[in-house]
Ligand binder design. Structure first.
Ligand code: NAD
Length: 401
């Protein structure tokens, strides 16, 4: 079967198994090169749990922990498997990414355990605890990198759905078609109180706190444990849809959760809980957010011109080496958040992006935005447009990479 990208409403709905595997290998190579240049780390994680391990920031965190520091990793994600049934079923990119990660880890003698299961359920937490107990190890780093549109509350069984909406006022903005570069107006009604509540339920800190609480009760966290959840702030021009919108409320809840968790972990295990504010990158969810898609394509162009552009893997290399494992105190902003969005938020970068965004038209876009780079990242996250892959060749199996 020949697999070409299937795009529906600015989402890529299929994945190329060999392309996903090659993209994972490319991230691993980048980490190996970086580690060779860096020399021996001053400090390192040994046993790492990554919740949301199969793509984007979670996958990059896991690759850095395993291939940059040799850590045992336990990865949790919720992906649709591929199968060679009749007709064959294409798996989600994360399914193939996990397979590639495990294969490369095994080949390098690095221990890894991957669980395909709903992170929001108590059962998944039990499975992780069982695995950790069998290894006779304790977890010293928990990365929380789940991005989801739905969550079933593990106690009530109620399903909550998150939305990307502004609060208070309707929003009109523009978005970009990743494949054609066509800029189109896009509008969104303000969220209802219920939608705000539901988004906090899905993307706020409740589930992260349940994980840490249950892992601590099961005595599988080591003394000095660190845990990090990821957030985004971005430029003021996206505040209406992001920071001041429904997702921003969820992120504020996540940040509040970090404060409480940090105090509790310091008292019980001499541990720490952090928020890391990361750079905007193309992810499976971000392509559908008004303003953000256009902003990212302009941002990429400006950062590439300045030589400061980063993807998930470069961000996570810096998070581990220059923030979490320096051998000293973890550098944070004045309210305790780790900032690796520093290069994105550089005032010179933001000033230039703002200037370009104000003058953007369909005609000027190819010059002032990085459509090619944006489209490349969009396709690569589904295993397409990956160097070295022949997309005209027959794919023999949907079940393996
Ligand atoms: P992503 O979509 O690439 O990855 C999300 C992960 O969550 C996947 O591994 C997926 O399997 C997992 N997941 C979703 N639902 C799950 C469930 N029910 N059970 C288990 N796993 C589940 O997302 P991403 O863009 O890497 O985002 C990760 C985090 O980083 C989010 O908190 C996001 O807000 C934050 N962040 C993203 C950006 C960005 O630009 N993408 C920027 C800064 C911060």
């Amino acid at each position: 079967m020949i697999i070409q990208p299937m795009i529906r409403g600015n989402m890529c709905v299929n994945a190329h198994p060999a392309g996903c595997a090659a993209a994972v290998r490319s991230q691993i190579s980048s980490v190996r090169k970086w580690r060779a240049e860096q020399g021996q780390p001053k400090d390192s994680p040994k046993t790492v749990l990554v919740i949301g391990c199969s793509s984007g920031y979670g996958l990059a965190s896991r690759i850095v922990a395993a291939f940059g520091f040799g850590a045992t990793t336990i990865g949790v994600s919720f992906e649709k498997e591929g199968s060679d049934t009749l007709p064959p079923k294409n798996g989600t990119p994360g399914w193939y990414n996990n397979m590639a990660f495990d294969r490369e880890a095994k080949a390098s003698g690095i221990e890894s355990f991957t669980i395909n299961s709903d992170a929001f359920s108590h059962d998944t937490r039990k499975k992780v605890i069982e695995i950790v107990k069998k290894t006779d190890k304790k977890i010293d780093l928990v990365i929380y990198s789940v991005a989801s549109v739905v969550r079933v509350d593990p106690d009530s069984g109620k399903l909550y759905r998150s939305v990307f909406k502004p609060i208070g006022e309707a929003l009109t903005g523009e978005t970009i078609d990743a494949m054609t570069g066509k800029i189109t107006p896009i509008g969104t009604d303000p969220a209802t109180d219920e939608e705000i509540f539901n988004t906090i339920k899905v993307m706020g800190g409740e589930d992260w706190a349940l994980w840490i609480d249950q892992l601590a009760k099961a005595d599988v966290l080591s003394e000095g444990i660190k845990t990090v959840a990821y957030s985004y702030i971005g430029p003021s021009l996206s505040y209406a849809i992001y920071r001041d919108g429904t997702i921003g409320e969820a992120k504020k809840h996540l940040e509040k959760t970090a404060k409480k968790m940090d105090a509790e972990l310091q008292a019980s295990l001499k541990g720490r809980a952090y928020i890391s504010v990361n750079k905007g990158v193309v992810s499976r969810l971000s392509v559908g957010i008004p303003i953000i898609a256009l902003y990212l394509s302009v941002l990429f162009k400006v950062m590439k011109e300045k030589g400061t552009h980063e993807g998930c893997i470069e961000q996570m290399e810096r998070l581990f080496a220059e923030r979490l494992y320096t051998g000293g105190a973890v550098p944070t902003d004045e309210i305790g958040r780790i900032r690796i969005d520093d290069l994105e938020m550089d005032p010179k970068v933001q000033e230039e992006v703002k200037k370009r965004m104000a003058t953007i038209t369909q005609d000027s876009f190819p010059k002032i935005g990085d459509l090619e780079g944006y489209r490349h990242d969009f396709l690569v996250s589904n295993g397409f447009d990956v160097e070295g892959i022949d997309y005209t060749a027959d794919v023999a199996s949907m079940e393996s990479i």
